[in-house]
Ligand binder design. Sequence first.
Ligand code: HEM
Length: 285
Amino acid sequence: MTRTRLYSLTFAALMIGIALALWLEGSSFYMTHPWDRSMHPGYDALRSGGSWGFAEAIVGTALILLNLTFMLRRRLKAMRRFGALRLWMNMHVVTGLVGPLIVVYHTAFYPRTTVAITAFVSLGVLVLTGVIGRFIYAMVPHTVAGAEMGMGELEARLTEARDHLATVARPDDPLWQKLDQLSRQPLVTPKSSLGCLLLLPYTLVATAGLRLRLWSLRRSRRDVDWHDVYDIVRIRRRLHTLQLYRRLLRWWRALHRVFALVMVVTLTVHVVILMYLGYVPGVGA
Ligand code: HEM
């Protein structure tokens, strides 16, 4: 197991442990109907403004702020010495899931004011876009350190895989000819983001079709090293979809950032209003 993976898993286990412990501690209060909660023995501690509820707000917000430092790591060269981008990405996902979850505990599963509801909903939407974006992110090939791969790197990999297969394949072999032809086809790259989105299902279906055809050949061609063949198909597909997913990722990242901004603004308004109203932890609502 790599060090990045070990750190990420330890961090994730710690965060999930905290989330589970909070549930075990307060489940009976959270399951009580909001109208009856004031009679619950845990009311003073577990309500949003109680000692626990307030601590959850602080911890949840701190994790969200920590989550935002990912943006600094992505953009600032000076931050590169603080670990691989892949590790930061994993931390971003974990803090991006656990921070909001702790904020949900802080609301005691019952946000009441308009600003609190807005902050809550924008946080939910943000996490949802994050989960969708993580899938798009996975479609863009990254180096072991977590940097995005470019066309040049992928093309070099394709040439390497093709050269390797060429040393073992006969030039008149129809399978080799098919693969060679496939790996030389020009790329279709739409100019607009909408074009990228529209072409995506076609590319995925075309790759699945090709895989199916290769699979049917597989039984009759036991002499071939299929690992090499699939390598070529995989790199070829990645080359074909690279521009597509990179555009999609860029487009999606902008959307995710807007939701992050909305969430930060509403959260700030929520805190400013409470300070303006003179809220004291453990005393107010
Ligand atoms: C409190 C919750 C979250 C906040 C405030 C947040 C904020 C951000 C921001 C500001 C960026 C843009 C970074 C940049 O442009 O430099 C970003 C990127 C990203 N976030 Fe989140 N995020 C949150 C939760 C999540 C979650 C839960 C996931 C996944 C499950 C996620 C996945 C991603 C991905 C994949 C990127 C793009 C990384 C890249 O392209 O290099 N985020 N996030």
